[in-house]
Design a protein around this ligand. Sequence first.
Ligand SMILES: NC(=O)c1ccc[n+]([C@@H]2O[C@H](COP(=O)([O-])OP(=O)(O)OC[C@H]3O[C@@H](n4cnc5c(N)ncnc54)[C@H](O)[C@@H]3O)[C@@H](O)[C@H]2O)c1
Length: 321
Amino acid sequence: MKILITGGAGFIGSHLCDKYTKEGHTVLCLDNFMSGNLINIRHLLDYRNFKLVKGDIRDFDLLEKLMRDVDVVFHLAAQIHVDRSYIEPRLTYDTNVMGTQNILEVARMYDAKKVIYASTSEVYGSAQYAPIDEKHPLSAPHPYGASKIAADRMCYAYIQTYGMNISILRLFNVFGSRQRDFGYGGVISIFTRRALSNISPIIYGDGLQTRDYTYIEDAIRAYDLVLNHEEPIPEPVNFGSGREVSILDLANMIIDLCGKSGDIKPVHVEPRIGEVERLIADATKAKNLLGWEPECSLKEGLRAFVQWYRNYGFEERLKIE
Ligand SMILES: NC(=O)c1ccc[n+]([C@@H]2O[C@H](COP(=O)([O-])OP(=O)(O)OC[C@H]3O[C@@H](n4cnc5c(N)ncnc54)[C@H](O)[C@@H]3O)[C@@H](O)[C@H]2O)c1
């Protein structure tokens, strides 16, 4: 297959690039490096079936050139950070909504066989009931979530209107190797970076807000099951573990796994405006439809991540940033 992976130099996208390049598919990785990093994919540059395109999903003409004979699109490129969306709502909208619209439109033009869209649990806002199934209201309180709702619904509209084969994956928080560990990064990688450097993790508010974490390998398996599912999947599907963990507990687990329990403890600062209080997945549909269930426990995943970070995270990244 010829596969386009937008956001392929990012955290999740680079793992997809790895998998499908090594399986022998022709992989086009499109990324503008807003939050992606060459280090995530540079080992693939030697493969003849892998091509990196530095470019932007907001560039319709580029997509027209690139997507002519693409079979499958994994669309992950996005401005992904909630905090950044407060500061740059326009950039967030242009990237996440207009960029997605471009992808859908060009996929329609060229009759792409399948588009797999990375939606998110953030579309739900804070849980109005728990666990959150796919029928939960979409009530994200921040520009990031709002932009992802718009893109998620635009995918749905293209399925309904044009009969396209588009899958909408609502992933709950994913963590693992290559996740950005600074600035607008993932909380687990930022906490790990700080803990290993003997610096306390910073927690906004009391830390009792909860999230549901999926290890990267389980997330990639979810993508692969969706890719290989014969029938179209016209309704969104949640992928999450159903395990709820508070940010405070998470910080303490990471401090412990980094061997810093006696040295540092979390520091609390003012709560963030509009922060989602509670996220926990009901992934029954993913189980029934695809047989997907997370295989990696939170503790195992965190241990693997801290190990990876000790080996490759810090030093390697310093070289390239
Ligand atoms: N990480 C999570 O926990 C999580 C959970 C649910 C959904 N998602 C979704 O998965 C996708 C990937 O997230 P991630 O965590 O890998 O983030 P990431 O920031 O590592 O990846 C996003 C990639 O998109 C690229 N990009 C941004 N704007 C672009 C543009 N205009 N044109 C081309 N490339 C552009 C970035 O440079 C980056 O490489 C996003 O759509 C995100 O909303 C992520």
